[in-house]
Design a protein. Sequence first.
Length: 421
Amino acid sequence: MKKTILNAMLSFACILSFPTYAIDNHDDYTLEQVVVFSRHGLRAPLASPTSTLGKITPNQWPQWDTPASYLTIRGGILENYFGHYFSEWLTDNKLLPADSCPSEKDVYIYTNSLQRTIATGQYFTVGAFPGCILPIIHKEELGKMDPLFFPVIKDDSIEFKQAAITSINKNADINGITGLNKNLKSIYQDMANIIDYQKSKNCITDKQCDFFSSPTELIIEKGKEPGITGPLRVGTSIADAFILQYYEGAPLNNVAWGKIKDEQQFKQLVTIKESYNTVLFGSPVIAKHVAANLVNYINSAFSDNDNKETTKFTLLVGHDSNVASLFSAMQIQPYHLPNQFETTPIGGKIVFQKWRDNRSGDKLMKIEYFYQSTKQIRDLSPLNRNNPPQKVTLTMTNCPTNAMGFCSFSTFKHVMSNITN
């Protein structure tokens, strides 16, 4: 096991729109344990003259100070702010003390072994526990995917491949990926016009001049992530580059070489990226397969035994593909994130909370999505009690919630255990 020691100090569906979240801190309930799964923070896009994105437009992509795919400084600051908010939330709900450093038994930070996930954990920890020395755990060498966070295919049977392809197509549209692509055709055309595709190297040199008609293939191979080629995949990369520019603070009229007219057009372009993750990693057969390790980890982090010592706060840092597959495997009901373009936004955090009803003694589970609004990201807004992140309560189909968003903890454990059986 490799440990990266933090050594740098850096300066709700029901939405809580009022300035405090102390409603959670109710005398009738006690917060006993929290496990957070976070998508990494704001990173630099994978765009360069020699990259796939470089070959699909004659325009020069903006050059970033941060290497491609690395967490940006702005992304680090945003995570630092998120950590600060969590420090207040955890102390207000009396899970951790406000005036001392937590021990390694109380707090566990575990990330995928990529720069952007490790750095996300580091910045978050500095914000949450300033002045404290806590290890950031990553179990593989830098740049290598950890099996917990790697949504990779492990079954090379013909039966699984066919079941996966059928599941993806059914998840995409009544007419499969072909139908989805037809539904997105006008957005693809808009994107092709924005990137000036007809003047790209792909068109002029490689004679691939129809953006919409590029070959589409479903890739289900053992040892690889599931994939979809064609306009859905390329369009996802382009939309990703655009939204990262926007998050980094660029004015909308500077994003995409000034060719996006308004936020409505921007949101439509982002639907390509949203479709890719939902269709691919959210398809039931794929989701159950690639999320199994993560489902088991989260389930095992919560103990049924009150006498067993457990970590009070666990932070896991991975990717949007993890979120999409986890939500599908858990059968999270459809949700909407107000004030956001994405359904699995940069830096968003799924907060699993184990509570005790002090009157009945019943154990309860609440699952919420904490996330920064698009405006909070763009404005680099500090997060605290008076300016909290957005919050949405999530519901599992097989673990119904009451009016306060609680479902039975024993039911939660039972459902999670059955997902991988």
